[in-house]
Design a protein around this ligand. Sequence first.
Ligand code: NAD
Length: 422
Amino acid sequence: MATTISLEHEINPWEAQSARFDFAARKLNLDPNIWKVLNSPSREIIVHFPVVMDDGRIELFTGYRVQHSIARGPGKGGIRYAPDVTLDEVRALASWMTWKCAVVNIPFGGAKGGVICNPKQMSQGELERMTRRYTSEIIEFIGPEKDVPAPDMNTNEQTMAWIMDTYSMHMGHTVTSVVTGKPLNIGGSRGRKEATGRGIKVICDQSLNYLHMPQQGCRVIVQGFGNVGSNAARLLHDAGYKVIGIAEYDGGLFNPAGIDIHQLLEFKDRNGSILGFPNAEAVPSDEVMVSECDILIPAATENVITSRNADRIQARIIVEGANGPTTAVADEILAEKRIFVMPDILANSGGVTASYFEWVQDRMGYFWREADVIERLENIMKDSFDDVVRYAEAHGVNNRIAAYMLAIDRVAFTIKQRGIYA
Ligand code: NAD
């Protein structure tokens, strides 16, 4: 059955999340009434808005903001800019945020936003005008108590600063807590940038401990050397792990003796790419992904482990840095191979956890030391790891289904406790 499904269907993100949700909900024996509520997003906003481009033309853009659930708190989730953003994708990412925030037990619901655009072909001025107009189009629906956006693909600290400023202008006073992932100077949090990578390291440490495998010399392969992948690789390297392979979109690197990640970061800074790094062999990315290792960290993008390559993966552990890197069909293949998978909604939740800290600090107007952020982040990640593996053991399911069950259970309990407003 696994191989008869079309790849197009297999990689549809909404199908991917629905497959896991349905499976976990059935296992949980979820009340059919609550099932109905959680099966679809609670609000989907579609906006078409004009922006004056640098040459005087008016371009019409389409943007989305989807709030999947606000049962446990304000919506939380990034905004992405890309030419191929779809409503289905934003929906799936919004629901993943609901489950992710519930897994780490922080008081947020799930949301996500996106604008269909080609940011690489836009000037800073065009990006700023598009960001401000998109913000004003959805302004009724966002806010510190309603829905708190953050950066995602092709958006960054600067984008968040523009959103914060636009929102503040409408309110008539500065409201830093409307978005997270801001520059430090205007309400950002220390430790936020590398938080996802740091969370991944905690999950690697805990997984090795759980499986009684040694940390020193543990062989790691990382796909994607961007924010998440490079920070995870650096922190793992510094802790004595051996990062033997890096796979990027335009080529990979392999060195069985370990790659010096600090040297590679400097090289990439200088050259804009990891290609040509002298202290590792150039190997095609697809091959790096299926090379033998102890831990594989897909930290690039969605749908990179599918029915097409899952049977060739030779890792003992997979720690998902990216959102949705593994399809539901590939899950079955990895389970047959007895690979220990740490699912995205747990493994990459360090980012949203630090976002939660940023929102708390903004609302307190009191900013923490980096050491405090790190300590609190590590505690939440460790506790969440324990919750998920204990749940998996108790219910005889894999870690992904356990994480979904735990999250659905927490959200369902909250909805029941609050009751349905009529
Ligand atoms: P990024 O843009 O900084 O880095 C992504 C890297 O992956 C880039 O270097 C890019 O060249 C590479 N890449 C893209 N497609 C690839 C492919 N097919 N094969 C190999 N390499 C490829 O993005 P990021 O912030 O590091 O996010 C990476 C993933 O992690 C995304 O799925 C994102 O949604 C998820 N995520 C990010 C955060 C965060 O805090 N940044 C938090 C949670 C989840």
